[in-house]
Design a binder for this molecule. Structure first.
Ligand code: P6P
Length: 338
């Protein structure tokens, strides 16, 4: 009895597309192109320790962060994979201050791509998992070329979202709203193979992921919540294991597969001026899309992430993402302190 033929991401995307008779194939092609860019980036990430690509370029990105060479490489790789295909009308990248227009010499298309080319890049030099996050919207502005209105769409309008995790193996996880599916790269054949079909957020929540060094920056409600998760407040039986990698994609992926809640609360030390770190459009919103497609939830502490109306390309947000029970727990602790 021979094993079933492994399902490649290309074949899976086509089969998903065939469920939509009106599909033009443009979204499928964008997903292929992202998988291709992910293979190229994975190749460089895998040998980062071997060539002089480590260490920063010395330049600083729009977030004020020292740009690691791999960040730039990943950004350029994605841009070059997507800019000429005639499927996008505009792009937005964590690494680029302004919206990225499609070069005049190329055709445009009906979709928008927002991406964080290499999230967690501060971990590159320590060989810790990092990842690419992407969010895809439909074009809504008039005319052939996109503009900022195509970028500033609420997360619930995403047509697809996902990430590529450069971890112990390279995985691509994405959803078009019809389930969440994970593919593992087999480097020996250069193919992403379906390894995690129909991912659902586990009901049993084993982990909590938060940078506890910021404890004094949080509201009393969040402090009590994290104390509860540690078992030092309320029922000790509620205690979870702490797992925090400091790479959002890696922390999210572990919780998506193994069960857990990820928290990045706002810093409220300055009265009336809460400060958040994570970016809404190309970090929180795509992961919230995946979380909900996997049966979970994602909020900013007050609202559903997918309902937040963006006003700036690089705007930031607090993020609490996990299964429904865990997010309801966050809401209960916040409500109790109002
Ligand atoms: P902190 C990486 O820089 C990142 O944007 C996310 O990947 C990660 O979750 C977060 O920052 C870590 O932030 O403040 O805990 O180091």
């Amino acid at each position: 009895m021979t094993a079933a033929q492994p399902m490649t991401i290309e074949r899976f995307i086509i089969e998903q597309e065939q469920r939509h008779p009106d599909a033009t194939g443009a979204l499928s092609q964008i997903l292929y192109d992202l998988a291709f860019a992910g293979k190229i980036i994975a190749r460089e990430v895998r040998k980062a320790g071997l060539v002089d690509i480590l260490g920063g370029t010395g330049s600083v990105n729009v977030q004020g962060e020292l740009v690691q060479k791999l960040d730039e490489y990943a950004n350029t790789t994605i841009f070059k994979a997507m800019d000429h295909t005639g499927r996008l009308c505009i792009m937005g990248s964590e690494e680029v201050a302004d919206p990225i227009e499609i070069p005049e010499r190329y055709p445009t298309g009906p979709y928008v791509l927002l991406f964080d080319p290499l999230d967690g890049s501060s971990n590159i030099d320590y060989n810790v998992s990092i990842g690419t996050i992407f969010s895809i919207h439909r074009k809504i502005s008039p005319g052939p070329r996109g503009d900022i209105t195509d970028i500033l769409q609420t997360g619930n309008l995403q047509v697809a979202a996902g990430y590529i995790l450069y971890g112990s193996s390279t995985m691509m996880v994405y959803s078009t709203g019809n389930g969440v599916h994970g593919f593992t790269l087999d480097p020996s054949i250069g193919e992403f193979l379906l390894s995690h079909p129909n991912i659902h957020m586990p009901e049993a929540s084993r982990y909590y992921s938060v940078n506890e060094s910021y404890y004094t920056r949080w509201t009393p409600a969040i402090r009590k919540l994290v104390d509860h998760l540690k078992g030092t407040y309320g029922k000790p039986s509620a205690a979870r294991s702490a797992r925090y990698i400091g790479s959002l994609v890696a922390d999210f992926h572990r919780n998506l597969i193994g069960g857990g809640i990820f928290l990045y609360p706002a810093d409220v030390r300055e009265p009336g001026k809460p400060k958040a770190k994570l970016r809404l459009l190309y970090e929180a919103a795509p992961l919230a899309f995946l979380a909900e497609a996997a049966g979970g939830r994602a909020i900013d502490g007050e609202r559903r992430i997918l309902d937040v109306v963006p006003t700036q390309l690089h705007q930031r947000t607090a993020l609490f993402v996990g299964n429904c029970d865990d997010v309801a727990l966050v809401e209960r602790f916040i409500a109790a302190e109002r």
